[in-house]
Write a protein that binds this ligand. Sequence first.
Ligand SMILES: [Zn+2]
Length: 426
Amino acid sequence: MEMEVSRPLSLRCSVQKYDWGKLGKDSKVARLFSRNSEAEIEPERPYAEFWMGTHESGPSFLVRGESGSPDSKPVSLRKWILDNPGYLGEKVVHRWGSELPFLFKVLSVAKALSIQAHPDKELARVLHRMQPSIYKDPNQKPEMAIALTDFRALCGFVSIELLKDVLAGVPEIVELVGDEDASKVLNIKEQDGYMEVKSILRSIFTKVISASKEAVSELLSKLKCRLNEEHKIRMLTEKEQLVLLLEKQYPADVGVISVFFFNYVKLSPGEALYIGANEPHAYISGDCIECMATSDNVVRAGLTPKYRDVQTLCSMLTYKQGFPEILRGTPLNHYISRYTPPFDEFEVDHCLLPPQESVVFPAIPGPSIFVVVDGEGRMRMGSAIDEEMVAEGHVYFVPAHSEIALTAAPAGPLQLYRAGVNSRVL
Ligand SMILES: [Zn+2]
């Protein structure tokens, strides 16, 4: 029998201390995690990701006393949902079963993440079956990042025009791929079809990314010398500066060279980037809110000490070219704006509520997770009399068909994010 839920369910969430995370108190992730779990922040440790959801690699738990279970063993949100699927709403259960379709995160990035892509559904199933220890689930993983601070990323392949500039301006790459391939790129014409361009781009990118360790380290030392020399007589381009930065973080790593092939995306706070299946990307620095389908499948090829699957990566990519779309959020009212990526599994609302103001998130037929990232206030679900005191680091699961009313405290604005299933499928 399902229990009656009359309040948002308070969650204790997981943290991932990957080595690219920001250290100690500099990390937004550390501050949220320590407030969420009353844990001390270790000043010398990296805090990379704060996970809110049901993925087994970083589960969230119901705060004791809210699980409805008489014993004091913590109940995971996943287990609770499996026992009470009705709270996901009919449409969600019909489509995804008793599983929360999205995973919500906060990231604090000090050092670049690996160059990666996430498989589509079909490939994810195959990879999971063949190498379950590396590809941990059979799901696709489209994702979206909303900048909390200035945020840097690499995403998708540059246009052919820019790639021609790269070959003209980076002789080390031409040397690596050979004149024949380089001239194929230089001879691409505007009227050439996608398949033709794709095969040229794929061939040259595969050559670069699968170059031998020796070739890579030789190329990088040459490139570094040249840039340091030229820096004395001209301003380096942003890409060249990025290459030098990444070379310090990942010496002799092929990922550093691949930077020239990708779009360099610089988000200001409030701007967002979404990434579909089979698109190459790497986050470089900054804090962000991230939402994705519930999956942890990553195919890596560079900027990482972890397992690289260059062959899979090169064959899975779409090789689509051009700058990615940047989302800025669509206002729903004075205080809430919505980020809607072209994926069914999720959307994200941002709410910035001035002191003492109130706002209502109307009831929707799907589940939500709320995370408070700044300030304090009060939260009420439906017509309940009880109010929750909410503050930075608090995370809540809100069942389908529940209205949420929020009021900011007098001391300062209340800022939070809500992840939910994309309204287009509800
Ligand atoms: Zn990713």
